[in-house]
Design a binder for this molecule. Structure first.
Ligand SMILES: [Zn+2]
Length: 380
C-alpha cells in the first residue's frame, strides 16, 4: 500500500481534462494510448488525438474494444453498452445519449471518421476513466473486474517498453493448440479480432446448422488462416450417435458445406461431448476409412459454465491444465474453448500468458497430424 501512495504522488490524474505533458518526456514516447483494465489497446498514432484538451478516439473502433453493440444505418450509428445508448445522426450532426440530445456535442468528424472524447465515451458506458500522465495513457476500468492498481499497471507498461533481454524461449517447450467449439455465433467475430490482434492462428470446430446462419463469418474464419474442423451438423447426441452411418453422415455433410463455402477440405473431427463414451469402435473405423482424424483435448477449461464476471477462472484453468500437461511431457497440448462472451474476455490474457511462457501457439496441421483422442487410438 505504501508503494501505491508513492506512485500516486508522482501520478497526476486529471479529473476534468487531459492536458499535454511538458517536453521532459523522451520524444520517442510521444504516442498516446488507451488502456482497458490491464491491456493497452492497439491504436495507430493518429487515432488517439488531442483536440481541445481532450483525448479523442475513433468511436466505432473503441466501441468494439468495449464489446458494445453497434448498429449502423444510413442515418445514424447507435452504440449500446451497459444500458446506455449513444447515437450520432449523420444529417443533423446530433449526438444523443439515451435519446436525449447532448448540447456540448462530443462527436468530432475527421476525414469522415467519427471521433469521440474517450472520457465521454467511457464514462457514459459505465467505465471509470483516469489519465496516467507519465505513460500518456487514458485507462478505462470498472471496479467489478479484477485489474492491477494504477501504479502496478504503470510498472508493467514501463517494463514492457524496455528492450527485450529475455533469453529466447527454450525450444523444447510444447506446442499449444487453441480450439473453439460450437460456433459460429455472435461471439466468433470477437474471438477472430483478438486472434488477429495477437497474430495467433487457432482451430474452430463449427456446428453445421450454425454455419448456415453465419456463412460470411465462416468464410472469414478460414480466410484469417484458422483451421476449420468438423463438429457435426446437429450437435444432438440423440441423432448423431444412433449409428455409425448417422455419425459419419453428419460429418460428411458438414465437410461438404465447408468445402462449398471456402474450398477447404476438412479432415479433423471433434466429437460433440468428446469421443468417450459416445464414439464406438465402428464409428472410429468409419472415420478412419473415410480419411478423417479425431481430436479430443488435454485441457478442458469448462469455460461454457463460467459466467462473464468470473472469466479469470478460465485463465487459471488454462494455466493449471497446460502446466500439468507440460510436466507430463506432452509435446502437443490441445485446449478446449468455446465461442462464448466469457471466453472472449479471457482470451487476451490466455494468449499473453502462453506467449510469455514460451509456448508456440499453432492451428491444426493435417500434414503433421498428432494423435489426440481419449482412447489414444492411433491412425485416427
Ligand atoms: Zn460442442
Amino acid at each position: 500500500m505504501r508503494m501505491n501512495h508513492f506512485f500516486l504522488c508522482i501520478l497526476i490524474i486529471t479529473t476534468t481534462i487531459f492536458s499535454l505533458p511538458t517536453q521532459s518526456k523522451a520524444a520517442t514516447d510521444s504516442q498516446r494510448n488507451i488502456a482497458l483494465h490491464d491491456r493497452t489497446l492497439s491504436f495507430q498514432e493518429d487515432e488517439v488525438r488531442l483536440v481541445n484538451s481532450q483525448m479523442i478516439v475513433p468511436l466505432e473502433k473503441m466501441a468494439r474494444y468495449l464489446y458494445a453493440d453497434i448498429v449502423k444505418t444510413a442515418d445514424q450509428i447507435l452504440v449500446t453498452k451497459n444500458n446506455t445508448s449513444i447515437s450520432y445522426h449523420y444529417r443533423t450532426k446530433e449526438t444523443k445519449v439515451n435519446g436525449i440530445t447532448e448540447i456540448a456535442n462530443p462527436v468530432i468528424v475527421i476525414d469522415d471518421v467519427l471521433f469521440m472524447p474517450i472520457r465521454f465515451l467511457g464514462e457514459s458506458t459505465g467505465f471509470k476513466v483516469d489519465y496516467l500522465t507519465n505513460i500518456l495513457t487514458a485507462r478505462l476500468y470498472t471496479d467489478t473486474y479484477p485489474h492491477l492498481s494504477h501504479s502496478e499497471f504503470i510498472k508493467k507498461v514501463t517494463k514492457e517498453k524496455q528492450p527485450i533481454q529475455k533469453p529466447s524461449p527454450p525450444s523444447d517447450q510444447p506446442t499449444v493448440y487453441l480450439t473453439f467449439d460450437d460456433g459460429p455465433n455472435r461471439y466468433t467475430s470477437d474471438n477472430l479480432r483478438i486472434l488477429k490482434e495477437y497474430n495467433v492462428k487457432a482451430t474452430f470446430f463449427f456446428v453445421g446448422s450454425q454455419i448456415n446462419h453465419f456463412k460470411s463469418l465462416t468464410s472469414q474464419t478460414f480466410q484469417d488462416g484458422h483451421y476449420l474442423g468438423l463438429h457435426s451438423m446437429t450437435h444432438n447426441r440423440n441423432k448423431l450417435y444412433v449409428s455409425s452411418k448417422a455419425f459419419l453422415g453428419e460429418m460428411r455433410t458438414e465437410a461438404e458445406l465447408i468445402k462449398n463455402l471456402t474450398g477447404h477440405t476438412s479432415v479433423l473431427v471433434r466429437a460433440p461431448y468428446g469421443s468417450s463414451p459416445y464414439v464406438t469402435p465402428a464409428m472410429r473405423d468409419a472415420l478412419k476409412s473415410g480419411g478423417y482424424k479425431l481430436w479430443d483435448w488435454d485441457v478442458d477449461t469448462v469455460d461454457w459454465k463460467i459466467n462473464d464476471a468470473e472469466y479469470q477462472e478460465i485463465i487459471n484453468n488454462v494455466k493449471k491444465g497446460v502446466e500439468k500437461a507440460r510436466l507430463a511431457k506432452d509435446q502437443h497440448i490441445v485446449i478446449l474453448l468455446h465461442d462464448r462472451s466469457q471466453t472472449t474476455k479471457a482470451l487476451p490474457a490466455i494468449i499473453e500468458w502462453l506467449q510469455k511462457s514460451g509456448y508456440s501457439i499453432q492451428p491444426y496441421n493435417p500434414n503433421q497430424h498428432v494423435t489426440q483422442n481419449f482412447g489414444n487410438h492411433s491412425g485416427i
